[in-house]
Design a protein around this ligand. Structure first.
Ligand SMILES: Nc1ncnc2c1ncn2[C@@H]1O[C@H](COP(=O)(O)OP(=O)(O)OP(=O)(O)O)[C@@H](O)[C@H]1O
Length: 649
């Protein structure tokens, strides 16, 4: 089942209680297309067939995925349990409020969307045997943490930073300067934007955190971390003879504020930022860092702090909403609860400068498109062939070749990146690009400046490679790829924060417990972790009955050139919607095994119903044929080997 949702970019009066009522309990074909209809279909799948389903929301950045996911959550909350049982009401409320918290810490203004999700989210909602929500679990995917220290022109850091700076209580965090004066906040030159009221949003987040169950000291710690990162960005180093450096003393006392906010000793912070503890076979020494290395370490610390805090937030939410396995017995008959999953993940994006994160985001969208092709276009057509139904094959572009290009072991882009990261010696981003060029020079969906110097997208971009994605060509700048893939946080920083006297901060860095000199296993690279998480996500989605929301970003009001393909046409094309309609129109919307069909509809067989189960002498297929004849729907059905196929009325 697929619904196409075009972002209206304005409030429409179509989500009211009246609308909920008009979709509740209705079949999908009874009412006009609506996100509520998809949510209702998922809920019906659960109720009528005791089958888990998932709603996959996809589309490019800014097409309305997050808004659609919120509409779905609100609908499910509205149609379930109205008897006001406190436990269920509490869960429903928390599920809705988590969105507000996650948007504050995981969303940011980009050049494509003022409220863009910079992480992926998959939420399972658990239902009990009365089909009421009893809990849930959120899985998260790669937060774009590089944004914490670097933003492109016209973009902002995560909303949380501005919510803290504009809420009027900044003095308690030592934030006395204007937002434009903080280095981690001001790079996009747009701290304040018209469409977002940060002060108001801060109040809402505080309220939501309370409802979700954060204790006061936990909420305080979260904002202290955000404030500490802002201070960290203004911390400067001064050179001492080219080899050494020290923290520059400033009038704003960043170091002392960092100490207060992170509950760590000022001297420990300073030495961790300027020295690196190295254990040799004989001794443990503190190696001095030059300013370049110190700034690198400072940025790594800021990114790690934010990422760990974000993961801690989600873990904490999960602890509040996840169902206790011990109690599953009282919720369900078979020790497992029924589930509706909702996937809202970052959409396909092309910026002026695309980096490692865009490669991951666009790879994720390739995987989702592949799943759509597998489930909606490929399997559908294969089923007709398997069942022996006459079928005219409908062609479509299969993007598996692009998924392979990125994810294949040994030869894919991620494998090349890992290999470059694991090599000893001074391996550079350019060397990684060379290895791609050598290995992928004949690949239809890969090129680079060295391979196609005449390509207009690659002109003068010697450090870029280009992937011909299903949704368009994207050039990626390799600068920083190795570093982002290694994703190293020095043990010194983990030790520093593990020794914080704030228990929440301490709990975010458990590896800091390790003694100096202990050799640990090499962690997986960011690229491999992401690839594995995408493969696992596809497995989760494939195990459920999928329903699709395909979001479309509308055309600009003033389209620049009438002869250009419009943005909507482009999306319709790459999303494979035309092929989807063709398969659907030529095919059969409903199918059911003969046994189940006869079991359910034998009552309609007025001639022979009294004879059941004796009419079983005839096969289920014969009985089904008989029933269809009586209903006079023969022209709309096809008889497969094991299933009856029925067209839309
Ligand atoms: N159904 C809707 N009604 C009104 N406005 C909407 C609706 N859907 C989206 N919008 C508007 O479009 C903006 C972008 O939508 P949204 O954040 O849901 O996009 P997205 O597809 O999740 O993008 P990203 O991939 O960047 O996270 C919203 O902030 C809102 O202003």
């Amino acid at each position: 089942m697929v619904i196409v949702s075009v972002n209206p970019y304005r409030e429409l009066p179509i989500y009211s209680a009246e609308y909920v009522k008009s979709y509740k309990g209705r079949e999908i074909f009874e009412r006009p297309p609506h996100i509520f209809a998809i949510a209702e279909a998922a809920y019906k799948t659960l109720k009528q067939r005791s089958t888990n389903s998932c709603i996959v929301i996809s589309g490019e950045s800014g097409s309305g995925k997050t808004e659609a996911s919120k509409v779905i959550l609100r609908y499910i909350a509205a149609v379930t349990n109205s008897s006001n049982q406190t436990g269920i009401e509490r869960i429903k409320n928390i599920l809705i409020q988590t969105t507000c918290v996650l948007e504050s810490f995981g969303n940011a203004k980009t050049n494509r969307n003022d409220n863009s999700s910079r992480f992926g989210k998959y939420m399972d909602i658990n239902f009990d045997f009365k089909f009421d929500p009893i809990g849930g679990i959120i899985r998260h995917y790669l937060l774009e943490k590089s944004r914490v220290v670097k933003q492109q022109e016209g973009e902002r850091n995560f909303h949380s930073f501005y919510q803290l700076l504009f809420n009027g209580e900044t003095t308690k965090y030592g934030l006395k300067l204007k937002p434009e004066q903080y280095n981690y906040i001001n790079q996009g030159n747009c701290s304040k934007i018209n469409k977002i009221d940060d002060k108001h949003d801060y109040q809402q987040v505080m309220q939501a955190m309370k409802i979700v169950g954060f204790k006061q000291d936990e909420t305080d710690t979260i904002w202290k971390i955000v404030a500490a990162i802002i201070h960290l960005g203004n911390l400067q180093f001064e050179d001492q003879d080219g080899e050494y450096c020290r923290v520059k003393s400033t009038t704003d006392g960043e170091l002392s504020w960092l100490s207060k906010l992170l509950s760590c000793q000022e001297s420990d912070i300073s030495s961790t930022l300027t020295k690196r503890i190295v254990a040799t076979q004989k001794e443990i020494i503190a190696a001095h860092q030059n300013t370049t290395k110190a700034y690198y370490g400072r940025d790594a610390l800021a990114k790690a702090l934010y990422e760990r805090m974000f993961i801690w937030l989600i873990d904490h939410i999960n602890q509040t909403i996840s169902i206790d396995p011990e109690k599953l017995d009282s919720y369900s008959h078979n020790k497992s609860s029924l589930v509706i999953g909702v996937l809202d993940i970052y959409g396909f994006e092309i910026f002026t400068n695309n980096s490692f994160e865009q490669l991951c985001i666009n790879y994720c969208n390739e995987k989702l498109q592949q799943l759509f092709i597998e489930l909606v276009l490929k399997q559908e057509q294969e089923e007709y062939e398997r069942e022996g139904i006459t079928w005219q094959h409908i062609d479509y572009f299969n993007n598996k070749i692009i998924c392979d290009l990125i994810e294949q072991p040994r030869v894919g882009i991620i494998a090349h990146l890992d290999e470059a990261c694991y090599q000893v010696g001074n391996v550079t981003d350019e060397m990684f690009l060379d290895s791609l060029n050598k290995s992928l020079k004949t690949h239809k969906h890969y090129t680079s400046w060295a391979l196609s110097p005449g390509d207009k997208l690659l002109k003068n971009n010697q450090k870029h490679f280009l992937i011909r994605h299903y949704a368009g060509d994207v050039t990626y700048n390799v600068e920083g790829f190795l570093d982002k893939n290694r994703d190293t946080l020095f043990q010194d920083f983990k030790r520093l924060l593990y020794n914080s006297t704030n228990p929440v901060i301490k709990s975010m860095f458990p590896e800091g417990k390790q003694d100096i000199g202990v050799v640990t296993k090499r962690p997986q690279t960011a690229g491999t972790v992401f690839r594995n998480s995408m493969i696992a996500l596809v497995d989760i989605l494939s195990s459920k009955q999928p329903l699709y929301v395909r979001c479309i970003k509308p055309n600009e009001e003033k389209s620049s050139n009438l002869f250009d393909q419009t943005r909507v046409e482009h999306q319709v094309e790459y999303l494979g919607l035309l092929e989807n309609v063709r398969v659907r129109r030529a095919g059969f919307a409903h199918r059911t095994p003969y046994t189940r069909f006869v079991q359910r509809y034998k009552i309609i067989d007025t001639v022979r119903s009294k004879l059941y189960p004796k009419a079983k002498n005839s096969s289920d297929k014969e009985s089904a044929t008989f029933i269809c004849k009586q209903l006079n729907i023969e022209n709309n059905v096809a008889y497969g080997k094991t299933k009856l196929f029925i067209k839309e009325p």
